[in-house]
Structures are given as C-alpha cells and as structure tokens.
Design a binder for this molecule. Sequence first.
Ligand code: CA
Length: 223
Amino acid sequence: MQVLLVEDDAVLADGLSRVLAGHGIATDVVGNGLDADLRLQRNDVAVAVLDIGLPGIDGFEVLRRLRARGSTVPVLLLTARDAVEDRVRGLENGADDYLVKPFATPELVARIRALARRNAPRPAVLAMGALSLDTDAKRAHAAGRPLDLSVREWAVLEYLLQHPQRVVSKQQIIDAILPWGDDLTQNAVEVYVSRLRLKLQDAGVSIRTIRGFGYLIEPLPAP
Ligand code: CA
C-alpha cells in the first residue's frame, strides 16, 4: 500500500512517515500543493493524507483538482483544531475523512487502513481448491460442475471464502448476511453449513467446525 503524505511541516512529515513505515505502510512525502497535484496524477496512491494549509495551492485546491479528474482515491484531510468550516468544506469537496491536529498516530494508522480497505477492489471470482464462486455472475462451480446453492447458502459460502483460512464466528456470518432483514439464528447458520458440506464434497475444500469459535474454510490437500 502506497500512501501519499502532503505536509509542509518537514519535521511532522518525517515523523509521520517513520511511524507509518513502522506499521508497514510505505509513504511518499511532498511538501507543497503543486507537487501533490502532480504526484496524484500518477494514479498509484492507495490513500492520500492531505494537509489543508500548504504553500502554492492549498489542500482544498489539490482535492478539487483530484476529484475533477474523476479520481476516487481516498483522501484523509488534516485540519486545524476549531476549523469546523474547513472540515465541512473538505467533506463537501470530496474528502473521505479528516483528522484534527494534533492527533494520536495510532488513529492516523487506523484511519488510513480503514480508507484503504473501503477502496480495495473485491475480486469477482473467489476460488479455493476446485471451488470457484463468480460473485458478479452469481455462479458457483466445483471441479467444473455447476453448484446449486440457495441464496443463503451462497451468502454463507461467499463470506467464508472472503476470509480464507481464518476462523469466523456464527455471529459474524449472521451480521454479514443480515442486510436481508429477517431473523437468523445460530442454529440456522449450522443448517446452512451442513448443507454446504454435502454440496461441496467434490470441491476440494473443507469447512471445519472450530468448537466454541465458529468455522474455518480451507483447501483439502490434493489427493
Ligand atoms: Ca501546513
């Protein structure tokens, strides 16, 4: 993940980029608005952290030009304390979030990660073993054969495959598929999982029960 930090306070910029590097986040630093505008035209930035008060053109103008080009790169604005109008103006002009200076660096890291997650492209095809789920076409195949899944079986399987080889709880599954509004009990989740296990016998994957925690989907070793 490449973060662009636009900050004219060189000491602050240096300190922040070190903190981010310590969290495995690579950061490019530029110190004025025109350089930021040029750098953002390369379209290789995962998240832009943008100070408002900058020499040359200010953060608002950098943001305006970015959105005028149709870019959807997430922007986190750094604003001064008490500058409520700045925050409103930033959000109205297409900023995704803001932090008020001075801020705690763990909060900066958390917000950058949240913005990067929100913008990350979801793969259209989820695959494991001989199983593939095309989430655009809503078709599932096991070893080339089409799988007949109910809407809810599909939702449970899609959620498990979005979290490969990680334990997910029944409640996490319920929360993920509840947008449909109906009540869903943990017993119902168990029923969907047992039906999925029957349908996935040739799929080269196993949905393991982790007692007291939930489920884990993993590929079976090749026979
Ligand atoms: Ca500044």
